[in-house]
Design a protein around this ligand. Sequence first.
Ligand SMILES: NC(=O)c1ccc[n+]([C@@H]2O[C@H](COP(=O)([O-])OP(=O)(O)OC[C@H]3O[C@@H](n4cnc5c(N)ncnc54)[C@H](OP(=O)(O)O)[C@@H]3O)[C@@H](O)[C@H]2O)c1
Length: 266
Amino acid sequence: MSDTDYLGELIPVCDPYTLENKTILITGASSGIGRATARIASLQGANVILVGRHKKSLLQTLDEMENRSRHGIEEFDLNEIDAIPDWLKSITKNLGIQINGLAHFAGIHETVPLRVIQRKSMDAVMNVNLYSALALLKACTNKNVFMSGGSIVLTSSVMGQVGQAGVVTYSASKGAVIATVKSSALELAKSKIRVNAVVPGMVHTNMFDDLVRNMPEDQFEKMQSYHPLGFGEPEDVAHSVIYLLSDAAKWVTGTALVVDGGYTCH
Ligand SMILES: NC(=O)c1ccc[n+]([C@@H]2O[C@H](COP(=O)([O-])OP(=O)(O)OC[C@H]3O[C@@H](n4cnc5c(N)ncnc54)[C@H](OP(=O)(O)O)[C@@H]3O)[C@@H](O)[C@H]2O)c1
């Protein structure tokens, strides 16, 4: 679309997906979907706080972003559930800002058949995939931390909607994320904070590589055939998250936006 009208005068073109003047905190920003979202959020004008456990990988993300000096990195292990609210409080206090958007991608995947499942691995998956999300939501109830009118996006998975053998704990954690956004959307609506989830199918990231590394060829082909549009790229999910973070989605809360190349059509 041209930004020039028929008289040749410049007219402003409104971008409903802009993130100008918004500070967005992104967990899992050191790779995969989180890194892609950070890059696109910077193109959309956001100031981004990148969260992960490894400074080197966060700096790699930063190198791919627009307006490098506008963004910051925060090394933090989201297994420290009880420390999350105070950690977020100290970030916003030190920077003298409030956060407008939170995209929580940090997560782990484990393939463990039920017959050998142990409490330790259940805790590991639930901690990062679910409990950290609950603690981040708690942190966002603090008005000094998270701004009224803001948007929170959590990450579910198609495994939270349909079943697959061997990933029961992962499925449980991702199904719980969908339930979490519905109740927290209701609880936070009075503060004009929106809460949604994205529900990705299989996307080419490190997690994907780990998952398929030891997968028999026939199982891989079956998995591929379940995605009528093929496997996804991190940007495919990132664009949906940018929408949910932006004011274009100002009337959208409590949803689980499926971005799965058709996986759940079956
Ligand atoms: N890829 C897929 O096919 C797919 C499908 C459906 C849903 N998802 C979901 O999408 C999200 C992003 O995954 P991805 O595919 O982009 O995988 P990824 O490339 O492996 O990224 C996972 C991210 O989580 C971070 N992380 C893990 N444990 C953490 C912890 N204790 N503290 C802080 N950060 C931690 C990692 O950071 P560091 O290790 O650097 O700290 C990394 O940035 C996950 O929630 C995943 O479940 C992925």
